[in-house]
Design a protein around this ligand. Structure first.
Ligand SMILES: [Zn+2]
Length: 284
């Protein structure tokens, strides 16, 4: 039988774990070749000590070094067959001056990065590929750019893979929001008990419409059996995940809450009409 190959185009180290960690491990267990393309080095993530980008004790190049090692660990845990780092500089959040750095992914012409991605696609000939939707799932410029270069690269190759965007159904997003609101209330109460008055956090991002209407979801992948690997892959990104709601859940709860990954089918060369539970539906 033909070798099945899955290719994911992700923006930063850690995105492979958060949105496709389960799927990547599951496919590896099935003998599917998995290729991860990570577009940026993630310079503008948090530093290991929690220092935020834009503050004086945040060194983007140091952060990138740490994240490169973390990505290596995550890829190991997920059994990824091949990791390709495009090596662009993190563009930071939208509107940041870092957007305009000539080395930033955001300021790289789409065609230039797409040409590199197309070369990888020709080498690997994946049947199924994945990236983010046009709003980059949550509006981050590097995620938007990942979408753009993927769509452009697909026009440069002589075969048509099935393309999926990652997604979270609105019904699940509502549960997450409830959880975040609850955490926020608890933090506030704890602070008040200590006499600390906190400025309300700006909620850009939070209010962005990250959910997808449930009836637009076209693949629901049950990843509960590989949830430990997904948890470990996230944990490998220690600099970014220390305080994340995933880590706070702990392994057991993570398994029940994070038991699925969802995708929306964008290209459909196999003419699939139903909601699938196997991302390679139509190919095996
Ligand atoms: Zn990202």
């Amino acid at each position: 039988m033909e070798q099945l190959t899955f290719l994911a185009v992700h923006a930063h180290p850690d995105d492979e774990a958060s949105s496709t960690g389960g799927l990547l491990r599951l496919l590896a267990n099935q003998g599917v070749r998995t290729v991860l393309v990570t577009c940026t080095n993630g310079e503008y993530g948090d530093a290991l000590d929690g220092a935020k980008p834009g503050t004086s004790d945040h060194d983007g190049d140091e952060v990138a070094k740490i994240r490169a090692v973390e990505l290596e660990k995550s890829v190991d845990v997920l059994g990824v067959s091949r990791l390709v780092r495009l090596g662009y500089r993190d563009s930071g959040m939208i509107g940041w001056p870092q957007n305009d750095n000539p080395e930033a992914f955001w300021s790289t012409p789409v065609e230039v990065a797409a040409t590199r991605l197309a070369a990888i696609l020709r080498e690997e000939r994946p049947q199924v590929i994945m990236t983010y939707n046009e709003i980059g799932f949550y509006g981050h410029p590097d995620h938007i750019q990942a979408n753009r270069i993927t769509l452009a690269a697909l026009k440069m190759i002589d075969f048509e893979p099935t393309l999926y965007y990652n997604a979270i159904p609105n019904s699940v997003m509502a549960l997450y929001r409830e959880r975040w609101a609850q955490e926020e209330r608890e933090r506030r109460a704890a602070d008040e008990a200590k006499g600390i008055v906190r400025e309300p956090e700006s909620d850009d991002g939070d209010e962005l419409d990250m959910g997808t209407p449930d009836d637009q979801i076209s693949a629901v992948i049950d990843v509960a059996d590989v949830s430990d690997a997904k948890f470990d892959a996230l944990a490998a990104h220690a600099s970014q995940m220390g305080e994340s709601f995933w880590m706070k859940m702990g392994r057991e709860e993570f398994k029940t809450v994070m038991g699925n990954e969802w995708f929306v089918r964008v290209t459909n060369p196999k003419g699939i009409e139903e909601v699938v539970t196997d991302i390679f539906a139509g190919y095996r």
